[in-house]
Design a protein around this ligand. Structure first.
Ligand code: NCD
Length: 312
């Protein structure tokens, strides 16, 4: 595996292999000094053309725990502002010696395009509405550990709720959950469903209350106002009334069910109840698992021929 661009590139066995490796990375993260020499001498460059809190810091932490050198390319203070093309930027940084680019961009397909312009590995950290594969992997890992499902998700029912249309997280998660065997229900108003949803491996509902009782996982998406044309929702208040997670709705979930959200949350819109008060909320576990999953991905892409101690 040279790049990680999409969950499409991974089989169920590849996903399981990365999740098994993540177990080791979690163990490393629990040590007094949570660091191994595995990627010493490798250079990982983050290139974020879109805002991010958790994904960027998570990749950075992951690379440092594996002893890679990290470089955060600050787009806002770079020659991109002088009109330098993306291709010239990538070729320039590549010429300095880079082993992996971690890329986020508002346009779908940019990480794929980069692979033609660099010899380094490319990891997609979110491209437009398209894909966010490490988010899906960390979500799978959180479900696997939260519900003790090492052998796959057969028999699990997962609802992905909200703004599916604009969500790269939904596209990646649905693929990954379905590959591992879960039954996936998309719950959204018709205006927030993607076109051609009938080609997705999912069921569709417009009524959150009618599905809550059968869920093992309730996955809430952020209402992505920055990507929305006006008129898709009558109002945020109406969205919240129909699809927001209230205390009453949380009470209708089975006792073992997990509540997840990729962050950042819109409190009072999709998340009405305080998730800190929900016993089933694993939202901060998702964040913590994100570091370990990204360590696993970096090690798989860059660690060929070495063990975790950096020995050949
Ligand atoms: C998501 C993203 O940027 O795709 N956030 C994240 O990476 N944790 C989800 C979102 O912005 O809604």
């Amino acid at each position: 595996m040279k790049h990680l661009l999409s969950i499409d590139d991974l089989s169920a066995a590849d996903i399981t292999d990365l999740l098994d490796l993540t177990d080791h990375m979690v163990e490393i993260g629990q040590r007094p000094i949570p660091k191994v020499p595995a990627l010493r001498g490798k250079n990982v460059v983050s290139l974020f053309f879109e805002d991010s809190t958790r994904t960027r810091t998570s990749f950075d932490t992951a690379a440092k725990r594996l002893s890679a050198d990290t470089l955060n390319f600050a787009v806002s203070s770079s020659s991109v502002n002088k009109g330098e093309s993306l291709r010239d930027t990538i070729e320039t940084i590549t010429a300095m010696g880079v082993d992996a680019f971690v890329v986020r961009h508002r346009s779908s397909g940019v990480p794929q395009m980069l692979t033609a312009w660099t010899t380094a590995s490319v990891i997609n950290a979110g491209d437009g509405w398209h894909q966010h594969p490490t988010q899906a992997l960390l979500d799978c890992y959180t479900i696997r550990t939260g519900l003790n499902r090492r052998d796959g998700f057969d028999g699990l029912t997962v609802a992905v709720v909200g703004d599916v249309k604009h969500s790269r997280v939904a596209r990646s998660d649905v693929d990954a959950f379905a590959k591992l065997g879960a039954r996936v229900i998309l719950v959204a108003p018709p205006t927030l469903l993607p076109t051609h949803v009938e080609t997705w491996p999912v069921e569709v509902s417009h009524d959150l209350d009618s599905v809550l009782g059968e869920l093992d996982v309730l996955y809430l998406l952020r209402v992505q106002r920055e990507r929305m044309d006006d008129g898709l929702l009558p109002s945020l208040r109406e969205y919240s009334t129909c699809y927001g997670l209230t205390a009453a709705r949380a009470g209708a979930l089975p006792g073992h069910a997990l509540v997840m959200h990729p962050g950042p949350m819109n409190r009072g819109v999709e998340m009405v109840v305080d998730p800190g008060e929900l016993p089933g909320s694993v939202i901060l576990h998702q964040v913590a698992n994100g570091v370990a999953v990204r360590m696993a991905v970096l090690f798989r892409l860059l660690g060929a021929g070495t063990d975790l101690k950096g020995h050949a």
